[in-house]
Design a binder for this molecule. Structure first.
Ligand SMILES: Nc1ncnc2c1ncn2[C@@H]1O[C@H](COP(=O)(O)OP(=O)(O)OP(=O)(O)O)[C@@H](O)[C@H]1O
Length: 250
């Protein structure tokens, strides 16, 4: 198996309409297995678009995305759905849990949808890892925000995905709870060798990653290995100051 979990090659995304918006402009990025990458940048810089294209939720206008050796460009919608179910995990800011289901049923939902028998031993390990052993029969509304996000992480892990894509995973959490969720994601990378790609606005959240990629106007403008939160904040502030000039040039 190659060391590259996700490869984005010359990816552009233009949203149509009378005044087309170039959300991504010829982006090249490779994400190594067993690493966490934070994707940052000002609002509208293309972070979610990059995440959605890399995860096969959206199709690029040009270029190619590969998950492992699999090229997504020529896949049918049905095949893409199957690939997302079997090989990719998602964690969103809004948790996206099903309120009528228990914690255990929520965690097992992706396996049920793929028609796979749940692997009980692996479920027990995942539940143990996220610290939810005594909450399996509860409904999401009976849990705190941090606990709900841990359910979402367990749900993402249970199918043993190759990559976990996170969109603002700590956006709805207080600082302490966010730190717990980020430590959990970190341990998923360090202990289980998973690959995490996370969009975040928060320099502290990004400092948990091995690498911070910064987008501006649909392009990667910074690619920093293990910067601390201070350096990240500094670079973002610099970008904020530079922005009016960039858009004039663009
Ligand atoms: N469905 C769409 N139709 C038209 N334009 C879109 C669509 N989705 C995104 N865009 C535009 O593409 C650009 C990139 O959007 P994207 O959501 O990827 O940015 P972002 O960096 O994730 O922003 P934020 O931090 O605010 O979530 C923006 O200019 C946005 O307005």
């Amino acid at each position: 198996m190659s060391d590259i979990a996700v490869s984005v090659e010359g990816v552009s995304k233009t949203y149509g309409g009378e005044q087309p918006v170039i959300a991504l402009a010829n982006v090249d990025a490779q994400f190594l297995r067993g690493t966490a990458t934070a994707v940052m940048g000002p609002s509208g810089s293309g972070k979610s678009t990059l995440l959605h294209c890399a995860a096969g939720l959206d199709r690029p206008t040009a270029g190619r995305v590969r998950i492992g050796a699999t090229d997504l460009s020529s896949m049918s919608e049905k095949a893409l759905t199957k690939l997302r179910r079997n090989r990719i995990g998602f964690v969103f800011q809004a948790f996206n849990l099903v309120g009528a289901l228990t914690v255990e049923q929520n965690i097992l939902l992706p396996s049920r949808l793929s028609g796979n028998r749940p692997d009980r031993a692996w479920l027990a390990e995942v539940v143990d890892r996220v610290g939810l052993g005594d909450r399996l029969g509860h409904r999401p509304s009976e849990l705190s925000g941090g606990q709900q996000q841990r359910v979402a992480i367990a749900r993402a892990l249970v199918t043993r995905p190759e990559v976990i894509f996170c969109d603002e995973p700590t956006g709805a959490l207080d600082t302490q709870t966010a730190a717990e969720v980020l430590s959990l994601l970190r341990s998923v990378v360090d202990d289980a060798g998973q690959t995490v790609i996370m969009v975040t606005h928060d320099p502290v959240a990004a400092s948990y990653a091995d690498r911070v990629m910064v987008l501006a106007d649909g392009r990667i403008v910074q690619d920093m290995p293990q910067p601390g939160a201070e350096r990240i904040a500094e670079q973002l502030a610099r970008l904020g100051r530079r922005q009016p000039v960039t858009s004039r040039e663009g």
